[in-house]
Ligand binder design. Structure first.
Ligand code: GLU
Length: 551
């Protein structure tokens, strides 16, 4: 068979040669050791934690090594291309501090290795498919769905491996004239790889391939033997083919992708080999898992776990620094230790490595994120927290924007108890912060907790009345508390909790119960930061009003 002639017959419209593309996309001029990574999301409009997790690895590898990180839109599958999806991807990742150097962009693309959208690369894929056909390494396959189903049924009966390969690949041996004839009849076909793998996979002598994975070490896998489809009947490439062609021509050095691609790795290895190209270094990342209610590990699911969506973190108002910090703790096993040794260092000073990545499931845990977030927010000055919170509210809670009118007031609130020896860690994410500080604002203030059971209802107005009468806004903390003690004693409550513990029969309760009455009148809650400090922030007028108006 004259394969060159066959290639011309199949792809008359392809006039560029592989060499021309090689010249158009030369090796990148980068320093030794610089890594080129990419993110290849499909534009479904849904960007999830797994994307961020992978993007984080890509970004770190590229930017730590002085390389390039680019965005490629993988829109060759039949999934819907959602309008604005590219913006969503770029903006969501930017929010978390992940920026691309080149690739698909908000206003057109940047970079010399494009187009960066797979649907615009049709001619490129066809050019290389043509080359494979011309080399006798790929062929047109006319099998219909019915024929494929019939082959599969036969394989099941024979207990043979399923798929199109070896003798089952009936189009392999078609003659040039037969192919020409079928084409002239308008028969539809796909282009398949003519695999040289040994289909006898059950046999002892099955050939193995060895691939170095930066996360998993050297992988040993059976070689591919399937005549996989490289171009679909529409002329659109499959993931396998697009990955190989794109990552070669875009000069990607490290392919970071989910472990779900591991089973198809032998296909990619064979494709690289047949095209005569060096494969990139693969980094197959662990699946994101969570512990379910029963304590079992399972994959995060779009349907069951709202926290899989990145929108979740933005709506809730997680600070991007907290999410980054958390991701690093699940990405690199030595990060937490580093953080302990370098509590104030910029996170980018941490040397991220693929070797320290887990290769079994990475466990995602919201509680852990929340704990980390508390520490991260503690390190952020009140002024910056104010800006962050305001930015979030503008997008997600415009109805509370009035709380930002008095900057000094809100900054004092945000700093409350944070400069103590043992600083308070009250803040986790914006939604929770607003809830936490809501009592500082009259329109959001509400009585949430009941008065302590130890205090008879008739005592409440008396305590508040006495408190109001003796209130002096300029009292220092100890003068202020002495007055509460005096009220307690006068009304039959122990001045110290331990006295009450010793002789409960002698008292109604203790000073803590009395101060809780005041706390609830002021804040609506039985738990809060220091009351005296809160009063200093609320100011005299508001303090008196709340005590006076409680009923
Ligand atoms: N488009 C693929 C996906 O969405 C990308 C996989 C890869 O990074 O190679 O999973």
């Amino acid at each position: 068979m004259d394969y060159e002639k066959l290639a011309e017959l199949l792809f008359p419209q392809i006039t560029k040669t592989p060499e021309e593309y090689e010249a158009m996309y030369p090796q990148r001029d980068l320093p030794e050791g610089a890594m080129v990574t990419r993110l290849g999301p499909s534009p479904t409009g849904f960007i999830h934690l797994g994307n961020l997790y992978g993007a984080f690895v890509d970004e770190r590898l590229a930017h730590q090594s002085g390389g390039q990180f680019y965005l490629r839109i993988e829109d060759t599958d039949d999934k819907r291309f959602v309008e604005g999806a590219v913006d969503i991807i770029i903006n969501s990742l930017r929010f978390f501090g992940i920026n691309f150097d080149e690739g698909a962009g908000l206003d057109g693309e940047t970079g010399a290795y494009g187009p960066y959208t797979q649907s615009l690369r049709g001619e490129i894929y066809q050019c290389f498919a043509k080359k494979l056909v011309a080399d006798g390494k790929a062929y047109p396959c006319f099998l219909t769905e019915e024929e494929i189903a019939e082959i599969r049924a036969g394989q099941e009966a024979e207990k043979a491996n399923p798929g199109i390969y070896g003798a089952y690949a009936r189009s392999r041996e078609l003659s040039f004239d037969e192919i020409k004839e079928r084409l002239s009849r308008g028969e539809s076909y796909v282009v398949r790889l003519r695999s040289e793998g040994d289909p006898d996979q059950g046999g002892e002598h099955v050939r193995k391939i060895h691939v170095r994975d930066a996360v998993r070490g050297v992988l040993e896998m059976p070689e591919n033997f399937q005549d996989v489809v490289i171009l679909k009947a529409t002329g659109i490439p499959t993931y396998h083919f697009a990955h190989v062609v794109d990552d070669h021509l875009m000069r990607t050095t490290h392919v970071v992708r989910g472990a779900e691609w591991l089973p198809s790795l032998p296909i990619h290895v064979e494709l690289f080999e047949k095209l005569g190209w060096e494969p990139p270094v693969y980094c197959h990342t662990a699946q994101l898992m969570k512990l379910d209610e029963e304590g079992n590990k399972r994959k995060l699911s779009k349907r069951k776990d709202p926290e899989l969506s990145l929108d979740y973190y933005r709506n809730q108002g997680y600070h991007p620094a907290a999410v980054r910090e958390y991701l690093l703790t699940i990405l690199n096993s030595n990060f937490e230790e580093w953080r302990m040794e370098n509590p104030d260092a910029d996170i980018d000073e941490f040397a991220f490595t693929t070797e320290k990545m887990s290769n079994s499931g990475a466990l995602f845990d919201l509680n852990k994120l929340n704990d980390i977030s508390k520490d991260v927010l503690l390190r952020i000055p009140a002024g910056q927290l104010y800006d962050f919170l305001k930015g979030w509210a503008e997008e997600f809670r415009p109805e509370i924007l009035h709380i930002f009118e008095d900057r000094a007031y809100l900054e004092k609130i945000l700093d409350l108890g944070r400069n103590d020896k043992k600083p308070r860690k009250d803040f986790i994410y914006a939604q929770q912060m607003v809830e936490f500080i809501s009592y500082f604002f009259d329109d959001m203030f509400k009585i949430e907790d009941a008065m302590p059971a130890k205090v008879p209802a008739s005592d409440v107005p008396v305590i508040l009345q006495k408190y109001l009468e003796g209130y002096d806004h300029s009292d220092d903390q100890s003068q202020w508390f002495d007055k509460i003690r005096a009220i307690a004693t006068e009304m039959g409550y122990a001045a110290k909790p331990k006295d009450f513990k010793k002789h409960p029969e002698e008292y109604k309760g203790h000073v803590g119960h009395v101060s809780t009455v005041i706390r609830i009148a002021l804040m609506g809650r039985a738990q809060s930061p220091d009351v005296w400090e809160i009063q200093q922030i609320l100011g005299e007028e508001r303090t008196r009003r709340r005590i006076g108006e409680y009923e």
